[in-house]
Design a protein around this ligand. Structure first.
Ligand code: AMP
Length: 378
């Protein structure tokens, strides 16, 4: 028998950023209550949640009290320390706890992918400068050195252009356990956001084309224009991974598409992902609703794209010349504005996004970019 947590129950979220915020919006729309736990106050999730608990993840008394107050716990971010989820799991079901162990560490993740026979960029584990030099001799330059733990949006990475740059790169990432990857001169980047329910049912939002700027996602356009065989392969890999990792919830697989037409998995994110934000406005069910449904043991929702759409991120940089011109961006009727309620617009910080609709994917992308440009109009 399936365990259904019915609307009215309290969903606990570890973490308090924009992913938790959009999860909370989806949960409250379905009649659930939401509590959030993180070390920060007045957070993007806390502004939407019924209750915001502010404590360190290592404060296990506070974690236990939080867990006793909710019916199920989910994560908004994979880097929540494992001690917190292990403590919470003593009191209440934690949706998707297992997958964190693999995906919190790049080396574990890549080793797992290799073990499953899933193609990645060539990589080696690095624990010392000597190992880095030896690996560079095998993999060759250019290459990318990435810290094994706690990396996202290009943080904890150093590109090595020449084999002589090993020392500088090793110092740049802080001389910690790392992964050396061959640099992929890719044709493009795509992702698949997929969900798996408590019964093992599977749903995905298709293959999304992603364009990054300074290692941070900039533009996502669903319905990537790839040969049918590659689309199928991307979806098959996503399904294989959600099943192998026994995911109950949402997981995003990020891929490189090589110039000779192969898919390489770059990274896994065991949660809703920035490249799936368009689903909030553009699909029958959003990635956040899927996370609610999976955590609560409900069947997954439909994933159809209702209209061609595209999403652009709004980073803190948009505020550089002062308050953005919201009216100008909202003047386009096919654009939806999302802001995450963050007080301080630092450069590179994800403050919000715009989703735009169009007659086709190119028009949607053009409208999204034009609306962002309009924010800068004086
Ligand atoms: P990551 O944090 O690993 O997702 O990397 C962020 C971005 O950096 C990716 O989306 C790519 O645009 C770029 N990048 C990361 N690894 C590589 C690689 N091995 N070769 C080329 N570009 C990379």
């Amino acid at each position: 028998m399936n365990r259904v947590i019915a609307p009215g129950a309290v969903l606990g979220v570890l973490g308090s950023g924009q992913l938790g915020r959009m999860f909370a919006i989806a949960a409250r729309r379905m009649g659930y209550r939401v509590h959030t736990f993180s070390p920060e106050q007045a957070t993007p999730t806390g502004q939407i949640a019924d209750k915001e608990v502010v404590a360190a993840y290592e404060d296990l008394d506070a974690v236990a009290a939080f867990a006793k107050d909710v019916d199920v716990i989910t994560f908004e971010f994979e880097n929540v320390p494992a001690v917190a989820s292990e403590c919470a799991a003593q009191f209440v079901p934690v949706a998707g706890g297992e997958v964190l162990h693999t995906t919190q560490n790049r080396l574990r993740e890549k080793t797992f992918l290799r073990f499953k026979g899933i193609p990645t960029a060539p990589f080696e584990a690095i624990r010392s400068l000597a190992e880095l030099r030896a690996a560079l001799a095998r993999i060759g330059a250019p290459a990318v050195l990435k810290t094994a733990g706690f990396g996202y949006d290009g943080k904890g990475q150093a590109v090595i252009k020449h084999v002589d740059d090993a020392l500088a790169a090793w110092q740049a990432i802080g001389e910690v356990e790392a992964v050396l990857e061959g640099f992929i001169d890719f044709e493009g980047e795509v992702s698949v956001v997929a969900a798996r329910g408590l019964n093992g049912d599977f749903a995905h939002f298709g293959v999304v084309e992603n364009i990054h700027r300074n290692h941070i996602l900039d533009l996502s356009i669903p319905d990537a224009q790839l040969p049918a065989s590659l689309l199928q392969e991307a979806e098959d890999i996503a399904r294989t991974l959600l099943e192998a990792l026994d995911v109950i919830g949402v997981l995003c697989v990020e891929f490189f598409v090589t110039r000779d037409g192969r898919l390489l998995v770059n990274e896994l994110a065991p949660r809703p992902h920035n490249s799936g934000h368009f689903t909030f406005d553009a699909c029958v069910s959003s990635q956040f609703e899927q996370q609610v449904r999976a955590a609560c043991g409900l069947p997954l929702g439909g994933t159809d794209l209702l209209r061609p759409a595209a999403m652009v991120n709004l980073l803190g940089d948009v505020w550089e010349q002062g308050e953005p011109n919201w009216a100008a961006a909202c003047a386009e009727p096919a654009v939806k504005l999302h802001l995450y309620g963050k007080a301080e617009p630092r450069p590179g910080r994800k403050m919000g996004h715009l989703t735009a609709f169009g007659a086709d994917r190119d028009e949607a992308a053009k409208k999204a970019l034009a609306a962002r440009e309009a924010l800068l109009k004086r």
